[in-house]
Write a protein that binds this ligand. Sequence first.
Ligand code: ZN
Length: 309
Amino acid sequence: MTTEFHSFSSQHESVKPLLGVPALVVSGFLGAGKTTLVKHLIVDAQQQGLKLAVVSNEFGELGIDRALLQEAGGPGYVELEGGCVCCQLTNELLETLQNLWETIRPDRVVVETSGVALPFETLMTFWREPLTEWVGESLAVVVANAEQVAEGRDLEGTFEQQVSSADIVVVNKIDLVAEDSLGGVERLLLDMAPDAPFIRSIQGKIDTSVVFPPALSPSNSSKRKSKPEILPHTHEAFEAQELSFPDNITPEDLIQQLQPLKTLRIKGIINTSVGPKLVQGVGPRIDLSAPPANLPQEIIGRLVAIRRK
Ligand SMILES: [Zn+2]
């Protein structure tokens, strides 16, 4: 294992985000475009002034890609080598992530797996102590190469296992398939991952608000606008919308009202009839759980929903 920390100086200690640090596991078969997607996430974080930590376990992406990623990633970029993070290196991954937390206090965390790793098994590391103390929602993002699917190559085994455990599927390289075969590509993927939202992309340029919904904070409570974003239109368009719900709504009613909205992501705190709940949704799956302690009153009762425009 090589653990590479670049030197850095940080005078300010940023505090833990209210709902924890969001974490992504980016997986996908060989050639899916994981590294390109991760690069896009790095650039996006830089543009937003957020600190992104990246742990990469991708082998075989040597050379210029790796150098570029290292340069763009800066102090928060660590490579793990000598095995797979989903099985052999789970303890190393845990230690590396905890180290990153203690040294750079990232706002977001991304783990890029190798093409053979299983995303769910990798995700499980985020559910272990002491990571649970600071990690918020953790999701498996699986990048699928539309061209590979259209050609019917290597769709069994690892590929299927990866896609079937995706929380979000990025259908990448859509520019390499004929428009009329994209439907078939997505139907095939949908069979493997019926509940996961799909986002289409070219060169991994996704709207990052789908994987990292904008945080609710007391300071943006008065701004009810979708995130302004000027990006080349190589990806689908999404909008962030704020929803409010009355206090004492029952959890059942809340879920019943949320599900038909067909959102890709939902996140926020609602004061339900059984107390405040952290509401997190990915596609049709909506989870209610105990919220973090000491939340400011202003953010209770509000949800951010990400939807297709
Ligand atoms: Zn593994």
